[in-house]
Design a protein around this ligand. Structure first.
Ligand code: XMP
Length: 325
């Protein structure tokens, strides 16, 4: 029978045998797969592993800080933190088209990844959190004809773009390739990852940048981060975080009139998008209670500067997508 302890032991043995005294690069994303991977690799090969975390500036409030702190202070795993916030924002300045936005972010990710891996490297292996379902259909790897090893020609980064240059084609190490998601969660939990990582709701690679419709600015990011934090707090308080596939806030780049005290306001609306789903392919809008919606709405309008209206998205997928961009 499958146990997490047996898996961890076996994975560590396998990593050591494969890697020898070579160096491995891993890009942390903040999710359960890359976090579990980092833990296994560090246990197996220690300082031969370099964990890199690229902060695009589009994560949720305090998430990058927490992630780095968790690894450095609790797991004692060093993390190369790359603050790329300004460059990413500069790339999408003035961009309103969702596809262009995604592409620019994806390409910038590859550029930063390339630069940083050259700076920190050279590396022999790239560790990826490939899971069993990805192995079955993976178009992003080639097999080296001489060694039979899988070689990364693209990085799996939740951005569907970007080939790596010829001289940066690492050999892949994929210790999670025999696992399903629920098994990774079990392993993650057994090694002490916090629930907020183990059970994190899906979060798109371009992050909050695609939850701000139209142009992304520092000011709009601040507003959305604050609204998103309130959503998360209240969803947690209501015990719904694990029941919902996703629950998040979207900022619309329009303004409407409101009144606060005896002052007229003219500010952004926030959309609440709460859905249930099995796999993200189809989704149903969630019938959460009016009381919960009222609490969230009151808190957002009162606590978040620049927002004077909250609306609830009652569109299922299809025809709506889960994200708004
Ligand atoms: P849609 O909006 O297409 O989303 O209904 C389906 C699921 O995919 C997630 N999503 C992404 N995940 N990179 C990701 O890693 C992306 O660019 C991306 N876009 C959407 C979305 O959050 C939902 O769970």
């Amino acid at each position: 029978t499958w146990t997490t302890d047996a898996f961890v032991e076996e994975a560590i043995r396998e990593i050591r045998a494969r890697v020898g005294n070579k160096r491995v690069l891993l890009a942390l994303s903040g999710g359960v797969d890359s976090s579990t991977l980092a833990f296994l690799l560090y246990r197996a090969i220690g300082e031969q592993l370099t964990c890199m975390f690229i902060d695009q500036g589009f994560m949720r409030k305090l998430e990058p800080e927490r992630l780095v702190k968790l690894f450095r202070e609790q797991f004692h795993i060093p993390v190369a933190y790359v603050n790329a916030r300004e460059r990413f924002l500069a790339q999408i300045q003035g961009v309103t088209d969702p596809e262009v936005k995604r592409k620019r972010i994806g390409h910038e990710f590859i550029r930063v990844f390339e630069e940083e891996s050259r700076r920190l490297g050279p590396f022999d292996y790239l560790a990826q959190g490939t899971l069993y379902p990805d192995v079955i259909e993976s178009a992003d790897t080639n097999v080296d004809p001489q060694t039979g090893e899988r070689v990364a020609v693209k990085i799996k980064s939740h951005h569907n773009v970007g080939g790596l240059p010829k001289d940066l084609q690492f050999k892949l190490i994929e210790p999670l390739r025999k696992l399903f998601k629920d098994e990774v969660r079990k392993v993650g939990r057994s090694i002490g990852l916090p629930e907020e990582i183990v059970l994190r709701q899906p979060f798109p690679g371009p992050g909050l940048a695609i939850r701000i419709l139209g142009e992304v600015t520092e000011d709009r990011l601040d507003i959305l981060r604050d609204a998103d934090l309130i959503v998360r707090q209240e969803i947690n308080r209501a015990g719904l975080y694990n029941e919902l596939w996703q629950a998040f806030a979207v900022l619309l780049p329009i303004r409407s009139v409101g009144v606060m005290g005896d002052q007229r306001t003219y500010a952004y609306p926030i959309v609440l998008r709460f859905v249930s789903s099995e796999d993200g392919m189809t989704a149903d809008w969630s019938r959460v209670s009016y009381d919960l919606l009222e609490t969230i709405s009151n808190r957002i309008v009162n606590e978040v500067r620049g927002v004077n209206r909250v609306v609830y998205d009652i569109t299922s997928k299809p025809p709506g997508t889960i994200e708004w961009e």
